[in-house]
Design a binder for this molecule. Structure first.
Ligand code: 5GP
Length: 253
């Protein structure tokens, strides 16, 4: 049997050709890169992120946010819709942290008076610089209507996830979203892509401000695997025996 075709390999995921036209298989790796591009492994991260992303994308789908997610296939893979990806990522911030704290020289943890949405160009060559709407429309990375749709979806996702995480004692400090275009005949829809997980969100314990996300790896804080498991467990989606207890892989060729 022929091996399936790999379409793309990124920092934390691999995309393979899907079983039907217009679909892809998204494989979640345990690999992680820190800010200095040092490679590392977070054991079990791929399994947990696959499950968390399935859960969150599923709920978002139920409230009417269009997403690329179709279904989880096994521990590390999910079936997704193939999109024409937009090379601009949106970061939604509720609290000052990360690059915003550095850029503006503000203490991490400062609450923002309202949620702020920033644009970043997805480009490893220049390390995803922050860009303005002017750059996006001038270089035709996305149109004004695309941006309006992405902004509206990002704010809806923020409202929903804020409440969801608050309910399990987590503060959604910030997160990054990617979008793509889904063509249905002559009609096009902007659809949420990528993943939503502790790799792409900053999540702090509401009472202690303990970081329960990829910053534990980026900043060498230790207990990295435990943080990912804690998020899944608070969301009620980690089986008792941990990631190993999840349904075994169905090998797709
Ligand atoms: P910052 O801009 O402060 O570094 O990160 C803002 C948010 O985007 C954080 O929640 C962080 O986890 C997420 N983020 C940063 N870099 C990446 C990336 O390369 N991919 C994804 N999906 N999310 C990222």
């Amino acid at each position: 049997m022929a091996r399936r075709k790999q379409i793309y390999e990124g920092k934390s995921k691999i995309l393979f050709e899907g079983p039907e036209p217009g679909t892809l298989v998204q494989y979640f790796k345990d690999d992680a890169l820190d800010r200095d591009n040092r490679k590392g492994t977070i054991t079990g991260k791929g399994v947990i992120n696959n499950r968390i992303s399935e859960y969150l994308m599923g709920l978002l789908g139920e409230i009417g946010v269009p997403t690329h997610f179709i279904r989880r296939l096994n521990m590390r893979e999910q079936l997704i819709r193939e999109l024409e990806m937009i090379p601009v990522a949106l970061v939604v911030r509720n609290v000052v942290a990360g690059r915003m704290a550095k850029r503006l020289s503000m203490p991490e943890g400062t609450p923002l008076p309202r949620s702020i949405v920033e644009y970043y160009l997805k480009s490893d060559d220049v390390e995803d610089p922050m860009i303005a709407e002017e750059h996006i429309t001038a270089f035709d990375w996305a149109g004004t209507q695309d941006l309006d749709d992405m902004m509206a979806l990002a704010l809806r996702v923020n409202d929903f996830l804020n409440g969801l995480f608050y309910g399990v004692g987590l503060r959604l400090v910030d997160f990054r979203l990617e979008f793509g275009r889904l063509w249905e005949g002559d009609f096009m829809r902007i659809v949420l892509a990528d993943e939503i997980s502790p790799d792409t969100c900053r999540l702090w314990d509401i009472k202690t401000n303990e970081k329960l996300d990829k910053d534990r790896f980026r900043r060498d804080l230790g207990h990295v695997e435990e943080a990912y498991q804690e998020v899944a467990s608070r969301l009620g989606i980690l089986p008792e025996g941990g990631p190993r207890d999840m349904k075994g892989p169905e090998v797709m060729q």
